[in-house]
Design a protein around this ligand. Structure first.
Ligand SMILES: NC(=O)c1ccc[n+]([C@@H]2O[C@H](COP(=O)([O-])OP(=O)(O)OC[C@H]3O[C@@H](n4cnc5c(N)ncnc54)[C@H](OP(=O)(O)O)[C@@H]3O)[C@@H](O)[C@H]2O)c1
Length: 289
């Protein structure tokens, strides 16, 4: 079983490689410099040469604020790039796994979003990711998995956890964090392990939700990071989204229902607090680098 990974230097790309390595699964992983997913002929050439059984797209345009300004780049990567990979995977009959986001939903809800709920993104990033999902469903529905995730963190790249931990341990700053957006902090390593489990258990094609369980606001997430780092959590102050100058609207409630995994005999991801705590030493180390 050979895996093929795009976006190898991203958070999820790095965690997938670690997980495959620790499971002794063969893979080939490509950074943006090695394979730009917007370039169909390059994508198709390499996939045809490598002939993987599983193609995983961990590449994405993930800057939510910048996507409002640079919609064409967001669409090229999150829409056209995904279509390129789906088409190339279909030609060699490889399973295709793609990741999407809680931001495909409007956020106007008080109960967890089901995989089948109507989508209605409120940002250009969300629109571009939804367009990618729709391409997978149009081009290669028979052999593709789309896993929607949220609020990802890892020791790699930039993320909210690393930003907050840096403020907690390297400053005495007061930190203002929004308390009116509710979601699920998700450990990219847990998601990588879930992805490998999904393939080994032959999950049926379709859309899945892959987030750690439980819910919190960004404020609660930040407070918890300060607490486990042994820093003064009173330095984290809750604010409303309307009090911040931000370029883009974000869903107010984007909690995803993960029940579908249990229905097919796969253990969903565990509580967000456990995973945040588990990865603290690695994130601490990554800050020192
Ligand atoms: N991060 C989150 O909080 C979050 C939340 C919900 C869903 N997701 C989804 O989860 C998946 C993984 O996210 P992540 O946090 O691991 O993202 P990430 O850390 O931003 O990694 C994405 C990777 O894709 C690369 N890339 C960008 N354009 C590319 C192109 N044209 N061709 C090939 N590679 C390209 C990036 O390279 P450069 O950095 O050099 O541009 C980066 O290495 C994505 O589908 C994302 O939409 C993420």
């Amino acid at each position: 079983m050979k895996w093929f990974i795009t976006g190898a230097n991203g958070q999820l790309g790095r965690c997938l490689q670690q997980t495959l390595e620790s499971n002794s699964i063969e893979y080939a992983a490509y950074s943006k410099e090695e394979i730009d997913i917007t370039d169909y002929s390059r994508v198709n050439d390499v996939i045809h040469r490598v002939k993987p059984d599983i193609v995983v797209n961990a590449a994405a345009y993930t800057n939510v604020d910048q996507a409002e300004i640079d919609q064409s780049a967001a669409n090229a990567i999150n829409h056209t790039g995904v279509a390129n990979l789906a088409n190339a995977s279909k030609l060699i009959n490889a399973r295709f796994i793609h990741f999407s986001t809680d931001y495909v939903f409007s956020g106007e809800s008080t109960k967890p979003w089901q995989v089948s709920d109507a989508t209605n993104p409120v940002s250009k990033y969300g629109e571009s990711k939804l367009a990618g999902e729709l391409e997978v469903a149009r081009i290669y529905p028979s052999n593709s998995l789309v896993i929607r995730t949220a609020w990802l963190y890892s020791p790699f790249g930039k993320n909210f956890y690393k930003t907050m931990l840096t403020k907690a341990v390297n400053s005495q700053e007061i930190v203002r964090v929004v308390n009116d957006q509710i979601g699920q902090p998700t450990n990219a390593n847990d998601l990588a392990e879930l992805t490998v489990r999904a393939i080994s258990k032959k999950a049926l094609p379709g859309i899945y939700h892959g987030t750690n369980s439980g819910t919190c606001s960004w404020f609660e997430f930040a407070k918890y990071i300060f607490e486990i780092a042994g820093e003064d959590a009173a330095r984290v102050i809750p604010v409303r989204s309307s009090e911040l100058t931000t370029k883009v609207e974000r869903p107010k409630y984007s909690v995803l229902d993960n029940q579908k995994w249990s229905e097919i005999g796969i253990l969903p991801l565990g509580p967000w607090k456990d995973s945040v705590q588990k990865v603290l030493p690695d994130i601490m180390l990554s800050l020192a680098k």
